[in-house]
Design a protein around this ligand. Sequence first.
Ligand SMILES: C[S@@+](CC[C@H](N)C(=O)[O-])C[C@H]1O[C@@H](n2cnc3c(N)ncnc32)[C@H](O)[C@@H]1O
Length: 118
Amino acid sequence: MLASLGARVISIDKAPLDPRIAAMPGVEMRRESAFGLDPRSAAVPAVDWLCSDVICYPARLLGLVQRWLATGKARRFVCSVKFQRETDFAVIDAFKAIPGSRLMHLSANKHELTWVKL
Ligand SMILES: C[S@@+](CC[C@H](N)C(=O)[O-])C[C@H]1O[C@@H](n2cnc3c(N)ncnc32)[C@H](O)[C@@H]1O
C-alpha cells in the first residue's frame, strides 16, 4: 500500500515480505527486529512516516515510540497498539499524553487502538 503510493519504504520485519511486495520499486526489506534498531545510530535514516503494526506488548511499543521521538528522526507516526487479554490503561494514558498525538479506535481495529502523531 505505502509503496503503491510512491513512497520509498523500508520494511523492518523478522519475517520475510511477500516476494511481490519486496520486488516493488522503492521497497527495501530488512529482516530484523524493530526493537533492535537504534534510531540514534547513523545507520538508521530519518523517516517521514514511521508505521508500525508489529505484534508486541503495548509498553514495548511505547518504548520504541519514545526512542524515536527522542531522536526526532520520525516526522509522523501511525502505530497500532495491540492488547493481549487485558487492556493496558496506563500505556493508553502514556500514548495519549504524547503532545500532538491522537489515539483512536478505527473500524478495522479489534482489541487494539491506532495511535497517530501527524
Ligand atoms: C499483524 S502483522 C502485520 C501485518 C501487516 N500490517 C499486513 O497488513 O500484512 C505483525 C507483523 O509483525 C512482525 N513482527 C513481530 N515481531 C517483530 C519484531 N520484533 N520486529 C519486527 N517485526 C516483527 C511479524 O513478523 C508480522 O509480520
